[in-house]
Structures are given as C-alpha cells and as structure tokens.
Design a protein. Structure first.
Length: 532
C-alpha cells in the first residue's frame, strides 16, 4: 500500500455514541461537529423544543416522537483526523439496529446524565458494546446541574458493569457551584470564566495541587481542599491507566463535563482521539484482514429504504474494512456471487448526502441497493477471497398477525413488508399455506410496529389490520423434522420464514416443555445461533 493511502487510513476514527434518551447524546454530537466545522452553529443537529429536529433523524416519526429510530452516520474532519460518528437509536426497542451499528464501530462513547447515573438503556447498550470487546469511553454529562457524587458514579459503573474506570478528569463541584474540571494528565485546572453565563470562554490554568496558596486563590479554600482530597483518593485507590485494558474494553476512560455549555468537550475530543484506535483488523472466517491490505473489502451492516422521500431508493451502508474504495471500479459481491459496480456511492452527513469518488478503510459509505444486498454481506476486490462474519439477528419477542385491507394494494403490501423486513427492521413469517396478504410480523420492541405502520402508509400507501399474538418465543426446527407430524399445545404455531425454514412460536415456557415432552428427541433450536 502506498504511504499516502496508509496515512489516510491511519487518521480515521470510527465510533458510535450510545446513551439513554435525554442524557445529551445529540448535544454532544453537535458540539463535536461544531469543532470539526461540519456544522456552523449550535442547534443544527437539534433545535429548541418547539423546533425539535435532528440532523440525524430521518423519519417523520422520529420528529413526531422526538426519538431517534434509526441510526445515522456523520463524517467530519478535525485537525488531520477523519472522524466517522455512528449515531444509535436511543430507544431500547431498536437495540437490534444499535447492535448492527456497533459492528461497524471501532469504539463507543457512552453518554450518561451525571444526575441520574446508569439508566435502563445505558445498561442494555453497554452489554451490546461489551460483547464486542471494543473500547468504551464514558462522558458524564450535565455537570452544570446538580449531579450525583462522582465517586458514586464511577463506583456504579464498576459494580454494575464489571468494568474498571480511569477518570481522565475530575469535576470541581457541580450545579451552581460548578467550577470546571481538573485534568489529571496535564495537571491543569480547566475552568469556566463564568460557568453559567452561557459564554464558552474556558481558561486552562496549570496548577500544582501541592501549591495550596495558588489553589486557594483560584478555587477558594473549600473547593481547593475538596479537590486535593479527592484527587489524592483516586490517585491512591483508583485503577492504573492501562492502554491495553482500554483497547479491550476492560477499562473505561471517564470524562466529566457539560455538553450544552461546551464544557470539557474539546478536551474530551483530544483525549478520545489519542486513545481510540485507528481502524482495526476484522476477522474473515477466523483470519484477520488488515485495514492496510491493498485490496478493498467491506461488509454491509445496515439497509435503509426511502431515506429521503424525494429519492425513492434503498441505501446499503457498508463499513470499509480494508484498502481503498474507488467509484468506477468493479467489485465482487461474495454472497450474490457476482461482479458489480457500486452505484451512487455517497457519504452521509445525516440527511445531507455527498457523492464520493473514493473512501478508505474505516469509512462508512452508502451505496444504491437495487434489492440485491442483505445485512452482513461482504463486497470485495475481484479475486479477494474474504467473507466477514454475519451479523446476528435478535430473536423477536413480540408477534402479530398483519393482514392487508385493500386487495387492490396487494402488490404494495407485499413490497413494503418484504423491503422493510430486508432492512432488518421487522421479521416476517408465514403460516403454512398462507399467501403474502397475511403475514406474522415479529419484532424485538413494540415501537417497531408503530414504525412499520407509519412507513407502510407513508412510503407504500398501504393500511392493514394488526392482531397481537400472545407468543413470545421463537425456535427453529431441524430440516429433518416434519412439523405437520408434531404434537403441540394448541396455542403453539408452526410458521415459515422467507427462506422456507420451519419454526415454532410459543407463548410460554410451558408450551415449549410440552412440545419436548410429547415429541421425544425433538430439538428446539435457537432462532439464530449467534443471537442474544
Ligand atoms: P439525547 O440525544 O441523549 O436524547 O439528549 P439531548 O442531547 O437531546 O439532550 C436532552 C436535553 O438535555 C436537552 O434539553 C438538552 O438541551 C439538555 N442537555 C444536554 N446537555 C446538557 C448539559 O450539559 N447541561 C444541561 N443543563 N442540559 C443539557 P431539552 O430541554 O430536552 O431540549 P432543548 O429544548 O434544549 O433542545
């Protein structure tokens, strides 16, 4: 690989931001984009409550409900870094989408409201990150408000998540008396000239904690002595800084700040960029593929139809794993077993799309999908034998029978259901013998049903009836089993997936036990062997 390409890959940083809704993920993202000059003013990503609109929110529904339903990708430059931020949906009903997005990231930033600490969604998302073993950075936000004791906060992370922490900075009080943070590495105090005026004038003052007189004059005797005591305590009792543990997600560098006031954000970005890894090698059938391999390779982690109603299209998002992508070159679609040219390659600044002619390992690009790609597919240089591990599917936990109302719209109903299922937003099953006008829709979170109804109406002009089923579990059957011969509880349903595989859905543990008891030797296989 030539040194220019190598340098370009080396400066790429690709990470995901996760948080419980309202912790400040959008605000932090916006501030990061501001530093990179990708947006010109605050409020671009998300305006005031009256005008709630996030650059990263695509769908009307998201705006209406004020939640981020699908994840988006934003690229910006900061100094000589090229940064790809993957935004993830905050709502737990979309954790499957989050999981796929995390597959494309090399690290994650977890934003936590310092007044609340770990919240349910932080918990769920953390476990998804931990499963991948990627570095996890923690940003405790909203220190300008009353917050919980910082020792409590890090203790909670350690005990709940079984992760070690290393505070990179330490808050000097919070709420109305919030003065700023102490940077442990540079041994400086970063203070707001006026933490509450809304002005962003930040002073960085070199300060030796042993110089009591100076510290007193800077912070006043009370805050000065509290800070000294607290730093002594974390220096003595806290974990050591260890790069290898950070790289494997065993130690989380912790930052305190206030995204809204832009406090501690630049500092965070600087440290983060120095600690978060450059594009990492990815495994292809157990063998690592270096990002610096000359040959291009990428995998698809997300498919999104109708992102923009003006262009009725479908975009496949891919993470480039090695080499350089070039616009007019022919590539090989491993699963489709054919050569193709990736058309309309683009990078995303959320809703803004920018046509590109080249991209590098670490980047996320979107390409036009004429309906040939599936999540998890690998695309590579012709002759490059590579196949990235598939992306596991979550087992649905809710099921409903969905039936079209207007038989004139049969085609649109089938198209909408199939396309949305191919995106991975829902999963569809069929009762044996049933046609495409009546499907069983399985979802991980019930909010996905709202998205489905909205999109079917908005994008395909179709309404339907929906009847919730009491079923909660889905199991696969071995292909040697003839489901019609099984003795099952009355409520147990035999269904087929789009590929014709046989599955059973159950409403409870007892009916699964029943199936096993009445059919000796019957194996109920996990929905997806890699699933959760
Ligand atoms: P999210 O993406 O994680 O859901 O959170 P978001 O950034 O939308 O922030 C949620 C709310 O918290 C917003 O207020 C935002 O202004 C506020 N916020 C974010 N960071 C800070 C901070 O450091 N300090 C304080 N005090 N507030 C912060 P909102 O009233 O819901 O919305 P808006 O009217 O400000 O847009």
């Amino acid at each position: 690989m030539d040194s220019t390409t190598q340098a370009l890959i080396n400066r790429r940083r690709t990470f995901a931001i996760i948080s419980h809704p309202d912790a400040g993920k959008t605000t932090l993202t916006e501030k990061l984009l501001l530093y990179g000059g990708a947006i010109q003013s605050a409020g671009t990503v998300k305006g005031k409550a009256s005008d709630k609109h996030a650059v990263s929110d695509w769908m009307e529904l998201e705006k209406q409900r004020g939640i981020s339903v699908t994840s988006s990708v934003m690229q910006f430059r900061y100094r000589d870094y090229c940064i790809n931020i993957l935004d993830t949906p905050g709502h737990q009903d979309f954790s499957e989408d989050t999981y796929r997005t995390l597959m494309a990231a090399d690290s994650a930033v977890m934003v936590i409201d310092a007044a609340k600490g770990i919240e349910p969604q932080t918990r769920k998302l953390f476990h998804v990150c931990a499963k991948r073993g990627i570095p996890i950075f923690t940003f405790f936000n909203k220190l300008d408000r009353e917050a919980r004791d910082p020792f409590d906060l890090i203790d909670e992370l350690e005990t709940e998540f079984g992760i070690r922490t290393y505070p990179m900075n330490w808050p000097i009080s919070c709420g109305v008396t919030f003065r700023g943070v102490y940077d442990r590495n540079h041994k400086t105090i970063l203070t707001f000239a006026d933490a509450h005026s809304g002005r962003n004038r930040i002073e960085s003052i070199a300060c030796d904690l042993n110089d009591t007189e100076r510290l007193n004059s800077l912070l006043g005797p009370e805050q000065a002595s509290t800070l000294t005591e607290q730093i002594e305590l974390i220096d003595a009792a806290g974990f050591e800084f260890n790069r290898e543990d950070i790289d494997h997600g065993r130690l989380s560098p912790v930052f305190f700040g206030s995204a809204l006031n832009n406090f501690g954000v630049e500092d965070f970005l600087e440290y983060f960029l120095s600690l978060t890894p450059e594009p990492l090698p990815r495994l292809s059938e157990g063998e690592p593929v270096s990002p610096y391999d000359d040959r291009f390779s990428a995998f698809i982690f997300k498919i999104q139809a109708n992102m923009n109603k003006a262009h009725r299209d479908r975009i496949a998002f891919m993470r480039i794993c090695s080499g350089k992508f070039e616009k007019d070159k022919d590539y090989y679609h491993i699963q489709g077993k054919r050569e193709l040219r990736l058309s309309q390659p683009q990078q995303m600044m959320a809703q803004e799309r920018e046509g590109i002619s080249e991209a590098y390992a670490g980047d996320i690009i979107g390409v036009f999908d004429p309906g040939i790609f599936s999540i998890g597919d690998t695309i590579a240089d012709i002759g490059f034998k590579v196949r990235y591990a598939g992306i596991p599917t979550f087992a649905p936990e809710h099921f409903a029978i969905v039936e079209q109302i207007d038989s004139m719209k049969r085609k649109q109903f089938a198209k909408g259901m199939t396309q949305i299922a191919e995106e991975g937003a829902i999963q569809i099953f069929f009762e044996p013998g049933a046609g495409m006008e009546r499907v069983i829709v399985g979802v991980v979170g019930v909010l996905q049903y709202d998205v489905l109804a909205f999109r079917m109406k908005d994008e395909y002009g179709v309404s339907y009836t929906k009847r919730d089923l009491p079923h909660q579990y889905i199991k696969r059957l071995d292909s040697s089993v003839d489901p019609s011969t099984l003795r099952l509880a009355e409520e147990t349903k035999w269904v087929k997936d789009v590929k014709g595989n046989d599955l059973l859905i159950f409403s409870g543990q007892w009916s699964m036990d029943f199936a096993k008891e009445r059919n000796p030797g019957l194996e109920l296989l996990d929905f997806d062997k890699d699933a959760f």
